[in-house]
Ligand binder design. Structure first.
Ligand code: UDP
Ligand code: MG
Length: 334
């Protein structure tokens, strides 16, 4: 089999949540990029841009519809309600999987440099099934986002997840890799962790990050925490082991307290003994509560996973594709 893949069908997947301010400018830039890549014979003429409206409450979907109506290269998908960035990307990729040879996912605000796409495709042609975009720097982020992100990646690596530091969801995936990804049924989705875990041939491309030009960040603090919690709990049972260690430590402190309390008791300083008992109650109470919290988190997630609810549901699809386009794919996955 030859290892050199040429002019595959590219589907660019763009998740959009309340992006009415950014989408038109971004769509223009992406459409130009697509045309340029086609003219340079880098990708097939059948390549498309897929906008996934993640249940926006503003006019994003109307704008996508307008873009679809005037440009044959544009496909629109609308999710029934807001399922979050990760699920929106997944929905777009799972839709595209049947029509394309590879997808590139990119944010709707185009903070990621679209000119890195050529490099992604080069790596794909050289045989990589997954190409990770890794940020050159985090200079566009504020102090809080920068430190919290750095800490998060450190924790994830400590917990044994093979995540790339500063990797974004700007990523190329071949349809073969997408096929494998479709087998993952988990509800608490953390793509940046799952994808490196799949073990496909991969490479890394560095890209520049720009400040957001239109609109505001759609990643609220609570969405960021949910993503971090999904990342941590879906990849490791180390926090549970930490509970055990904490239990041992608390017990140890408890024993020392008992010696101290007995000493106080026999030598008559009972008033000060009162404070040490109170202290131990607090320490143990805190440890027990924290442990329960962590275990509860896992039990809760387990409960969600066992339900196996669908992660998204296509509300509407605007596409000129029909079933025969599926068989035009250059690359067959079986
Ligand atoms: N996004 C989404 N669903 C959400 C939140 C965000 O699809 O619930 C999309 C958003 O439209 C954008 C991308 O995810 O295309 C990244 O969001 P944003 O640029 O606001 O995040 P930041 O760059 O601030 O981390
Ligand atoms: Mg952004």
């Amino acid at each position: 089999m030859d290892n050199c893949r040429k002019q595959g069908i590219l589907y660019i997947v763009v998740p959009c949540y309340n992006e009415e301010e950014a989408i038109e400018t971004s769509a223009g830039k992406l459409a130009d990029k697509l045309i340029q890549l086609k003219e340079d014979n880098i990708i097939s003429d059948k390549s498309r841009i897929v906008f996934v409206d993640d249940g926006s409450k503003d006019s994003t979907w109307d704008l996508i519809r307008a873009l679809y109506e005037k440009d044959d290269n544009i496909i629109g998908i609308r999710l029934a309600h807001n399922r979050g960035h990760q699920n929106a990307i997944l929905a777009g990729m799972m839709y595209s999987m049947d029509y394309c040879d590879f997808t590139i996912t990119i944010d709707a605000d185009l903070q990621q440099d679209i000119n890195a796409m050529e490099l992604f495709i080069k790596e794909y042609e050289a045989g990589s099934d997954i190409v990770y975009g890794v940020r050159n720097s985090r200079n566009t982020d504020g102090f809080f986002k920068k430190t919290s992100a750095t800490m998060f990646y450190k924790i994830m690596r400590f917990l044994g997840c093979s995540i790339y530091e500063n990797s974004a969801d700007y990523r190329l995936m071949s349809s073969k890799a997408l096929e494998a990804l479709s087998e993952y049924g988990e509800v608490n989705l953390f793509l940046r962790g799952i994808i490196p875990d799949m073990g496909f041939k991969s490479s890394v491309v560095k890209f520049d990050v720009f400040p957001r030009m239109q609109g505001e960040s759609k990643y609220s603090l609570s969405k960021m925490f949910t993503l971090a919690a999904d990342g941590i709990t879906s990849f490791s049972i180390k926090p549970i082991r930490l509970v055990f260690t904490m239990g041992v430590l608390a017990l140890f402190v408890g024993f020392i307290m008992i010696i101290h309390i007995l000493y106080e008791h026999y030598f008559g300083f009972t008033v000060s003994g009162w404070s040490s008992i109170l202290m131990s109650v607090w320490i143990l109470g805190g440890a027990v509560l924290m442990s329960l919290g962590i275990i509860g988190e896992y039990v809760g997630r387990n409960y969600m996973e066992t339900k196996r609810r669908p992660r998204y549901y296509f509300w509407d699809v605007l596409s000129r594709n029909n079933d025969s386009d599926k068989s035009d794919k250059k690359e067959k996955t079986q």
